[in-house]
Design a binder for this molecule. Sequence first.
Ligand SMILES: NC(=O)c1ccc[n+]([C@@H]2O[C@H](COP(=O)([O-])OP(=O)(O)OC[C@H]3O[C@@H](n4cnc5c(N)ncnc54)[C@H](OP(=O)(O)O)[C@@H]3O)[C@@H](O)[C@H]2O)c1
Length: 339
Amino acid sequence: MQHALALARKGMGLASPNPMVGCVIVREGQIVGEGFHQYDWRDHAEIVALKSAGDKARGATLYVTLDPNPLNSGQGFERLRAANIEVFTGVCEEEARRLNEPFACWIRTKKPFVTLKSAMTLDGQLALPRPEKKSGKSSSKRRIWITSEESRAEVHRMRHAADALLTGIGTILADDPLLTDRSGLPRRKRLLRVVLDSKLRLSLNSRIVKTSDDDMLVFTALPLISPKARKLQNAGAEVIRAKNKNGRIDLAAVVAELGRREILNVLLEAGPTLNGAALAADIVHKLFLFYAPQIAGDNQVPFALAPKLLLPPLQHQNVKQFGPDFALEGYLQDVYRNH
Ligand SMILES: NC(=O)c1ccc[n+]([C@@H]2O[C@H](COP(=O)([O-])OP(=O)(O)OC[C@H]3O[C@@H](n4cnc5c(N)ncnc54)[C@H](OP(=O)(O)O)[C@@H]3O)[C@@H](O)[C@H]2O)c1
């Protein structure tokens, strides 16, 4: 089953909007067939494995990480048992469930699974004070990384697993990031870069706009016929007039729109304003927080601005090491709850 899970992971970036599924066929202690699902291949992992095994599949044992689609849940087992095939379930269940939680979330709610990722200092600051120039002014735009190369490589793996990256205009104005998947791993669809920008402050000269190639979505409160909206559209960005809630873009409407576009897995990489708003709006399922062994010394850019918000303790926490940094992973919502 561990090998079937490893095969399923090969579908990362390639299976969405379908689940990642791996399958191994074993006969007399030998692997006689294996496969995983890729959306473009159409065949499910079991079919790929059965085709590769051919006649050797007779009398063999098939290990499959299974499709967690609740619409089909249990029906396949009944049919197999009715055909006198022995069926065992629950092998490595936790691992298989975690692997496909974005699919499980989307198939149940039609909304994407949202992971909030942040990189911060030990005192919870998302940015270091910018170094002073000789003139005494702080130098602008030069990005100072908080976390190590190892952590940043992990972020690219997370982007590879995601269908969309979500950020706020504050981050674009402060850092001018590209927000691309630079993992070098294969993916079927481009990573969709989504910016929330009510007043369309996004510059046509920003790196994200300059590199847009059918992979940029801007949610705004302005009418789509406004001159700035037109300019952004001409530069290749899709602009969407978003619903408004308490004077801000309605985050529930944003995730619903992404779900309609078959976005299963969203990585939220934003500053304190949008982090706080996303937590308050309850759209975040999981936190992935990188901590670098540094102290910022001021409190200008905290992790999240969400006054009076008290979240429940994280569930299923996990701590991982990346070079000199560590990351805390934990859940705010469990997509498999009640299932
Ligand atoms: N270390 C990290 O992991 C990390 C990651 C990202 C950013 N940062 C840092 O964060 C700082 C920027 O923080 P920030 O708070 O200005 O940026 P932000 O949270 O990325 O963007 C905030 C802006 O998004 C817009 N927005 C649209 N809809 C919103 C909604 N529903 N709720 C909240 N905001 C919404 C608002 O501008 P409009 O009202 O104009 O729409 C708001 O001012 C920079 O110093 C950057 O380096 C750090």
